[in-house]
Design a protein around this ligand. Structure first.
Ligand SMILES: Nc1ncnc2c1ncn2[C@@H]1O[C@H](COP(=O)(O)OP(=O)(O)O)[C@@H](O)[C@H]1O
Ligand SMILES: [Mg+2]
Length: 238
């Protein structure tokens, strides 16, 4: 079986600075795969490149059997790759409902869009309760829910989440972790980027540890969770 996403020797540079230095990994349909690593490791750069927002300086990307190199970002969304960006990037003055509608901007099936908005409200009831409120009035955790709901509105085959737990209280983080688990149970394939290694590895089928632009360790989520070097470097143990 070919993987849903296949990344081969991907390199990405900002001018002369190479932020991603040749990484390879794949995501099979139905899996949660996580990229973990400290600030500056190249995780966000990787996701932005997969989304078509940055151009790779080397390597190949295949999604759902098609090459992604040179494909514009909007086309990549329509192929089924959705990105919930670092820092949420919701539209604070628009209502929650309007933010969700924007996630469906490439779709032309009003009935299906309405059904998926209802699905987002089922997944995150707070979004339904506040649907007519400006999104900027939501708490950080609620904005994260909106960012995830908006990404799901494009009916993705693969959902990429960039640090969904960033800046959240432990309770809110738990809620987001549970939702990622629910999405997987419903059949969504997820590429999860996190600095919070504990949460990410406990959810993941497979994980890759990134350090300054390279993958330095790969394994099942459970194996990495119990790996001594990972525990020391990322889980605050000594
Ligand atoms: N727009 C940019 N211009 C120049 N360098 C950048 C830019 N964005 C990120 N970088 C650099 O690329 C490296 C990887 O950053 P990033 O992908 O954001 O890491 P992570 O998401 O793992 O924290 C870092 O050294 C960072 O300073
Ligand atoms: Mg980042």
């Amino acid at each position: 079986m070919t993987a849903l996403l296949q990344v081969e020797d991907l390199k990405v540079a900002y001018g002369k600075i190479e932020a991603v230095k040749g990484i390879s990994f794949s995501v099979e349909a139905g899996q949660i795969v996580t990229l973990i690593g400290t600030n500056g490791a190249g995780k966000t750069t990787t996701l932005r490149t997969l989304s078509g927002l940055l151009k790779p300086s080397g390597g190949k990307i295949f999604f759902d059997g098609q090459p992604l190199n040179g494909v514009p970002a909007h086309k990549i969304v329509s192929m089924g790759l959705a990105h919930s960006p670092e820092g949420r990037r919701i539209f604070p003055r628009l209502t929650i409902a309007e933010n969700l509608q924007l996630g469906a901007f490439l779709r032309r099936d009003p009935a299906g869009i309405e059904r998926d908005i209802q699905r987002a409200y089922e997944l995150f009831p707070i979004l339904g309760e506040r649907r007519r409120q400006a999104a900027g009035t939501l708490s950080g955790g609620e904005q994260q829910m909106l960012a995830m709901g908006r990404a799901l509105m494009s009916q993705p085959k693969l959902l990429m989440l960039d640090e969904p737990s960033m800046g959240l209280s432990p309770i809110m983080m738990q809620r987001i972790v549970e939702t990622i688990g629910e999405l997987k149970a419903q059949g969504t394939t997820i590429l999860l980027v996190e600095q919070n290694a504990q949460a990410a590895l406990s959810l993941a089928d497979e994980g890759h540890v990134m350090e300054i632009g390279k993958i330095v360790l790969s394994g099942s989520g459970q194996d990495l969770l119990h790996d001594e070097s990972v525990r020391k470097a990322y889980l605050g143990e000594d």
